[in-house]
Every structure is written in structure tokens, then in C-alpha cells.
Design a binder for this molecule. Structure first.
Ligand SMILES: [Zn+2]
Length: 485
């Protein structure tokens, strides 16, 4: 524990942030027991800071979303606190329960640490007893071996998501600082091995007290402070290419033939290709773990994707609806109605072009954010477009913005934004990274559009005109066309 506080102290010193530790005493109570911690308006570091929690403050914990706790503030409002600074009594007090292994050949270690000795392995679907939990590790007992395992690969009644996470283990983070150092070990005194910029996607391979162990696309390993990254959902993205392997092909840990192997392929094994470099393919195994294979021993095939809008599944998401009005314009325009109008017009245009178009709502009804992403995910949408209108305190703020969350959607966002700009002719506020639920939790290519500011009286008037709708629809349509080219 001393070590943890030491690290937190240094983070505070260097980054001028105010870390703290919360102890959740019961399922619904949390007490700040150390220093202070920033409270944000949403579950991510990109949300504005709305306050600070002081030492010994007690809050009701309302829910958990990803790595964040939502708490009730004394004012009656709610706020969000990062859970990587949080210690909960809930998980450690867990009783023994039955579980099963969800990964191939899961390594069992002597201690709850990635560097601890491997004392055995367990096969997929093996039944185990989970005796205790420590951080992201569980102590499991089975007939063959007892020891510590990564809890992402151990599914239990209370940890149902473990299986899902293991299968879709593309646990990644997006850099939310303009520049971020990747360190050799989880400490600010540690040597810098690489520096990455805002929006870079990092694969997370481990965690340690607020630090993430990450892997870069070139295979570099290192650690980043958790405050400066936003976690990506455990979403599996369909890969463009896959490789078919021969029996006995070694799967390497690093893109070097001198590297350790993580397994051997069986004849005909097929894996999605994550990236390619210098004669190596980086592949993703079913367990979610990455491996490397020399390109000359693999047969690569591209999944053939037909070009054009025709036949594509496109999910249109008119923002807000029902009890949720969204923003209200200077002259009273309701965002929920403006988004529906635009989405309906776009729906018609895409339908005519032969697309399979799905609206998350086609009337003034309330649809939750998880429902919206579920519509996209379960329909395997080729594209998901969420439509919104903006608001700002300054009535002079105008223009349109296109947001993406997953780094691989940047290009999609860019293409659509370009077309909106050329059609609409309004102020181009550009393509930005945005931590919004409907694009963050989307396993499909997804963007969120803010087509204009209803808080600007001039822009609100413009938005209400039929010509604006026609131009906006044409812009988004052409952007989709360019994306499917
Ligand atoms: Zn909105």
C-alpha cells in the first residue's frame, strides 16, 4: 500500500492532478481516504472536471461504467471518479465460487503478478473454484493446479463478462494527452521507451496501480499512466485480412525468430491480421492475445468487401428523443426533432441507393444509449452515424464537428467531415476524438456528427431551413459513398 501512495504522490507532483483512494465500504458507499480526486461530468478523462473530492468525504456509488464510478454529490448532482485510484472492499470480500476458463491454455502463476513463475496451465472450459481475488487476479483451484490467473479469462456467476472480455479481448486505450511518454516500468522515474501523441491507440496487456502496460503496433512494450488515456471498449473489430497457417507454424511473442513462442498452429488455422511489418504479420488469437508469424509461412487472403453503398448495413442514430430533448435552440428548436428530421431524410436517400438502413428510432421516443449501440453491434453495421446538434455558452460559436472514438474510425470521420464541409459551407470545426457512449461502445465503424450550433440564433435559423437539411444529408451521403469506395 505504501508503494501505491508513493506512486500517486509522484503523479500528483508531475502532472498536477489530485489523486485519491476511495474505499467502498458497502456496495453503495465510498469514502475518500487519501488526498483528493477530481470529479468529472462523465466516465472518461476527456470529460470536464466539475469538482474535487476531499479526504474523508463519503459518497454513494451509483454505478460503474468501464473504469469509472458514478457518485452522488452532496448537491444532489452526480459525478464520475476514475476507479483506478479506487480500492473496493467488494471484490476482495468475495466468497469462493465456481468458474470456468475462457482462454486457450491459460497460464497459472505462483503469485498475482505477470512476472511471477508459471506453475501450470489450464485448458479452455476447465472447471475451477475461485477462492479469492486480488486486483485483476483471481486465485483458482482445480484438480490439476492451484494458483493465480488473470481474471479476464475466468468466468464466474458474478463475473459473467469475463468470458466475453476474453473472447473479444481487444482491450485498448486512446491517448488523451497531447504527448505521452511510454515508460519501461510503471514509474515516472523509469526510462522513456517511446513517446506517443493524442489519439494514438495502444493495446493494453496489463495493469498495475493506475498504470497500463501497453504494446505499440511495432511491438514495443511499455507502461503509461492511466490518467492520460481513455479506455476503449472490449470490442472486436472485424479484420480486413486473415492468414491461413500450416501445421506446426510457430506463433511468436515478438516479431523475431529468436523470440519465445506462444503456441503452434494446427493445419488450416485461420487468424485475423492486426497489422503487417518487415516480413511479419501480427495476428490475434481467439484468446485475444496477439502473436507474430513470419509472412513467408502464411497464406494471406483479403476478405472481399463489395464497394459502394448498395447492400451495406447503415445504422442512423438520431440523437436524443422522448423525455430527452437534447439541447434547446435560442428560438426553441429541440435538438431531438432536428436530428430526427435529418436522419429520416438521410434514411430515404440511402434506401434509394440500395442500402439496408436501420434507424435507432423513427419517432419521438426515448432510446437508451446501450440500446443504440446494440442495434449497431447486433446488425453488424457497416457504418453507424449518430446525428446531433451542438450548443455552447457563447452564442457566436458556430459550425460542425465530426467525432470518432476508435482510432480506426478516424478515416471514416475525416471522409464524412470533408463532404459535410463542402456541401454545408458552414464553419468546419474539424474531426475530433470524442468519448461518447454510442461511438465508444460500438464494435462497428462509428462516428458522431454535431451538425451545427442551436445556441447560435443565426445558425439555428439556418438549420431550420429545408436547404440546410438537403445539404447536410447530401454531405453525409457523399461521405459514406467516399468511405465505401
Ligand atoms: Zn446531442
Amino acid at each position: 500500500m505504501k508503494k501505491l501512495f508513493f506512486r500517486l504522490f509522484f503523479l500528483a507532483l508531475f502532472f498536477q492532478i489530485a489523486p485519491g483512494v476511495i474505499h467502498a465500504r458497502a456496495e453503495e458507499a465510498g469514502t475518500v481516504t487519501h488526498a483528493a480526486v477530481y470529479i468529472r461530468s462523465g466516465p472518461g478523462v476527456s470529460y470536464p472536471i466539475t469538482g474535487k473530492a476531499a479526504e474523508n468525504d463519503t459518497y454513494t456509488v451509483l454505478q460503474k461504467d468501464g473504469d469509472w464510478f458514478q457518485i452522488r454529490l452532496p448537491s444532489g448532482n452526480t459525478g464520475w471518479i476514475a476507479d483506478w485510484l479506487v480500492e473496493t472492499g467488494i471484490s476482495s470480500a468475495k466468497q469462493a465460487e465456481q468458474g470456468k476458463i475462457t482462454a486457450d491454455r491459460l497460464r497459472i502463476r505462483k503469485a498475482p503478478d505477470k512476472s511471477a513463475a508459471i506453475i501450470g496451465t489450464l485448458e479452455k472450459n476447465a472447471a475451477v473454484t475461485v477462492a479469492k481475488t486480488e486486483g485483476s487476479w483471481v486465485y483458482i483451484e482445480s484438480g490439476n493446479v492451484s494458483g493465480w490467473a488473470d481474471n479476464r479469462y475466468v468466468q464466474t456467476e458474478t463475473n459473467r463478462d469475463a468470458g466475453k472480455t476474453a473472447e473479444n479481448n481487444v482491450s485498448a486505450a486512446i491517448v488523451a494527452a497531447s504527448s505521452l511518454n511510454i515508460r519501461q516500468s510503471p514509474s515516472l522515474q523509469s526510462e522513456t521507451v517511446a513517446t506517443v501523441t493524442y489519439g494514438t491507440r495502444l493495446q493494453i496487456t496489463g495493469t498495475d496501480h493506475g498504470w497500463y502496460e501497453v504494446e505499440l503496433d511495432d511491438g514495443t512494450h511499455g507502461w503509461v499512466a492511466g490518467f492520460y488515456v481513455a479506455r476503449e471498449s472490449q470490442a472486436k473489430r472485424s479484420s480486413e485480412a486473415e492468414v491461413t497457417l500450416h501445421s506446426g507454424t510457430s506463433l511468436y511473442k515478438r516479431p523475431q525468430s529468436s523470440s519465445d513462442t506462444v503456441g503452434t498452429a494446427k493445419a488450416g488455422d485461420r487468424f485475423p491480421v492486426v497489422s503487417e511489418m518487415d516480413g511479419w504479420y501480427k495476428i490475434r488469437m481467439e484468446s485475444g492475445i496477439s502473436a507474430y508469424i513470419p509472412a513467408n509461412v502464411a497464406q494471406k487472403s483479403n476478405k472481399t468487401v463489395k464497394k459502394g453503398i448498395k447492400g451495406k448495413t447503415i445504422v442512423l442514430d438520431p440523437g436524443h428523443g422522448g423525455t430527452d430533448n437534447g439541447t434547446t435552440g435560442a428560438y426553441g428548436t429541440l435538438e431531438k426533432l432536428a436530428t430526427l428530421k435529418t436522419a429520416n431524410a438521410l434514411y430515404e436517400k440511402l434506401k434509394k441507393a440500395g442500402a439496408r438502413v436501420i434507424l435507432t428510432r423513427n419517432s419521438d421516443t426515448y432510446v437508451s444509449l446501450p440500446e443504440r449501440t446494440a442495434i449497431s453491434n447486433t446488425n453488424h453495421a457497416d457504418a453507424f452515424v449518430s446525428i446531433h446538434f451542438d450548443s455552447a455558452e457563447d452564442p457566436h460559436t458556430r459550425g460542425h464537428t465530426t467525432y470518432y472514438y476508435h482510432a480506426q474510425d478516424y478515416n471514416f470521420a475525416r471522409l464524412v467531415n470533408n463532404q459535410i464541409t463542402s456541401r454545408l459551407g458552414t464553419v468546419d470545426r474539424g474531426v475530433k476524438f470524442g468519448d461518447f457512449h454510442v461511438i465508444r461502445e460500438n464494435t462497428q465503424p462509428a462516428i458522431l456528427l454535431e451538425l451545427g450550433y442551436l445556441s447560435s440564433p443565426a445558425e439555428e435559423k439556418h438549420i431550420a431551413e429545408k436547404s440546410f437539411q438537403t445539404k447536410a444529408v447530401a454531405g453525409i451521403y457523399n461521405g459514406l459513398k467516399a468511405y465505401f469506395q
